[in-house]
Design a protein around this ligand. Structure first.
Ligand code: LIP
Length: 288
């Protein structure tokens, strides 16, 4: 592991990559032994496993060792202030329901972020800023079942297992393979079902694979043409959105004057992402 003296984004990306890989291999071992539900969150179907909690604890312990001045924000409650300006945004198991059921679509997502600080300056936020007020400058997503490690740092491009990746060259919405996801509350799921119902006739096809970070990395590597989802948390998208951006994707909100993030994240090659945004806008406008 690297020392706290190392700060540049490429070094932070190596920290994220090493940690995501180490913890990803541990959670796969834990899955093979057996997984239990430790708690529920937004609804009875929004579960937390004991592995989620153990994985986040391990990540927090490692970061405390190598980056003690940094802050952390984890899905399962890890939280500490930063004195270095870096806050690690962590989803220890993204795709928890897949993990619980033994499906392959889960990942460890770790991003090093900085506060945009733009609001204080009254200036426009830097590219890559999301609605939570942060900007990821380094990140890694590790998919244990396929042993695939996606890594990126700001300005450095994106890689899959060390090889450069780029988004799809698709420009036509009707030929686009589009992924999305659904929330855990009945109200949100009903709304999302009405939206996807309007989109299905307008695209090649839709995929719902259950982990935003994997969806975002699939866009980055061209395995998906585009992705959109409403209701994500920073830990779901922080690393994956950086990886997609560094692979050439546009990261869009629904409104021109909004920042992408929890209210909506639309990701894809710039022309296609804009077309998808228009179609999603139409779908929401058409809701009863
Ligand atoms: C998941 C997201 C996914 C969303 C799921 C769930 P979790 O995160 O990555 O995109 O559709 O409902 O929120 O809860 O597995 O960390």
């Amino acid at each position: 592991m690297l020392s706290a003296a190392d700060f540049d984004p490429e070094t932070l990306a190596r920290v994220a990559a090493e940690l995501a890989t180490e913890v990803g291999r541990r959670i796969r071992e834990m899955r093979d032994v057996g997984v239990g539900v430790a708690a529920t969150k937004a609804s009875r179907s929004d579960v937390v496993t004991d592995a989620d909690r153990r994985a986040e604890q391990l990540i927090a312990e490692r970061l405390e060792q190598v980056r003690p001045q940094d802050g952390i924000l984890g899905e399962e409650g890890a939280s500490s202030e930063s004195s270095s300006g870096i806050t690690w945004v962590v989803d220890p198991i993204d795709g928890t329901v897949n993990y619980l059921y033994g499906l392959p679509g889960y990942a460890v997502s770790i991003a090093a972020t900085v506060s945009s600080g733009a609001e204080a300056r009254g200036s426009a936020p830097p590219a890559g800023t999301t609605s939570d007020g942060r900007r990821a400058i380094a990140g890694a997503v590790y998919v244990p079942v396929t042993d695939e490690l996606y890594v990126a740092h700001e300005g450095g491009g994106a890689t899959l297992n060390g090889e450069p990746i780029r988004v799809s060259t698709e420009t036509e919405l009707e030929l686009a393979l589009v992924a999305t996801g659904f929330g855990y509350t009945t109200e949100r799921r009903t709304e999302q079902a009405q939206v996807v119902r309007q989109l299905i006739p307008r695209v090649r096809d839709v995929r719902r694979m259950g982990a935003a970070s994997v969806d975002l990395c699939s866009v980055a590597s061209g395995r998906l043409d585009a992705y959109y989802e409403r209701g994500l948390h920073p830990w779901d998208y922080a690393a994956g959105a950086l990886i997609a951006r560094e692979a050439g994707a546009a990261i869009l909100a629904l409104g021109d004057d909004e920042l992408p993030g929890e209210s909506m994240l639309i990701v894809g090659p710039p022309k296609l992402a804009a077309s998808l945004r228009d179609a999603v806008r139409d779908a929401y406008a058409g809701l009863a």
